[in-house]
Design a binder for this molecule. Sequence first.
Ligand SMILES: [Zn+2]
Length: 413
Amino acid sequence: MKFRFIAKEKLSALPSAPGVYALSSSQEILYIGKALNLKERIRSHFQQPSYRDHLFIKHITKVGCIETFSEIDALLLESQLIKKYQPKYNVMWKDGKNYFYLALTKEPLPRVLILHQVSKGSFSKFLGPFVDGKSLKQTLKLLRRVFPYYTAKKHPEGLCSWCHIALCPGPNPNKKKYRKDLRSLFEVLQGKRISVIKNIKKAMEIASKDQRFEEAAVLRNQFLALENVASHFHEQTLPKNSEKELQKILRSKNPINRIEAYDISNIQGAHATGSMVTFINGRPAKDWYRKFKVHISGKPNDFAMIQEVISRRMAHKEWPYPDLMLIDGGKGQLSSALQTLNLIKLSYSQRFRVAALAKKHDELFLPKSSVSLLLKDMPPEARNVLLHIRDEAHRFAIAYHRKLRRVDLLKPL
Ligand SMILES: [Zn+2]
């Protein structure tokens, strides 16, 4: 896992994805952090520096980042990288009560504890430092469903309150299984989720082959639950807010669950392409990505291309309608899309919101409104989803364009 560094002047090239970032002087990494949206977070260090940022921001010459699949992965990776690099301005803060450690007690049935400080020797295992205690606790809450554990010293003979919500292994767990689950829990928290999943799957297959069906069923549930952890985390924290925030911003009757974003690559020559990406509940739904090779002949014309792509999309009655159709561009692009949709004459219940997102100042244009909305004034949940889907549409469009060109090069002249 290595940081990809770019000069601090080129922040706009950063991805709007979750991940871990490093702020570095010409000599060394001075600070490591994690973000749900790398581009936004890194920019804010420079544009709205905090008290701590002021201590080092003038020394920063380059920034590096590593994209991760989810915020959980970013949380875990951040902790590992802080430990590895010991950046000066992370370590400085470590003396305070700002950091969290996860520790496993030395007991026959070990407990899992979150602490601010750990003295070596008193625990059989510990992980950290974690900077974001709230995310750590949320992650543990999810993982505790997969691997129930004790936090209290003595378990009552009967069921405890954690037992009732299936977060506790109960009064008489199988000791061997319990300890194995704790090992798996710590491995997941060290970023080894995939190998843990594989091992559980293997154990599940062996158990069912040996006709130990009850055990196989437990392992199967564990397997499925763990596979979902990362996506779960997203679904629980981000989109709920983003859907509501977008609903407010767009004055929509319904929450904005399904978004389609269009990018028209207006590239000179034969390969004008339109692409559509779809986000459902704030996450990319790749089954619903589509590419349109634009047929219009002659000079590339943004507006005509949008009209062609939108009308071809709308001809697919079998594709569910989005709650929001997001067009890449400004007022002109928005009215081209609206004209096309007006021609189709959707019934009231079929109607959805349409907006255009202009790159230049990150502004959102809405129908019947002469003023645009600036993304920077929006709540972060809404802003992040819009930036994420815009970047994803762009990435998808460019990937397609490259593929077309490659195919072209293979053709005999
Ligand atoms: Zn219990």
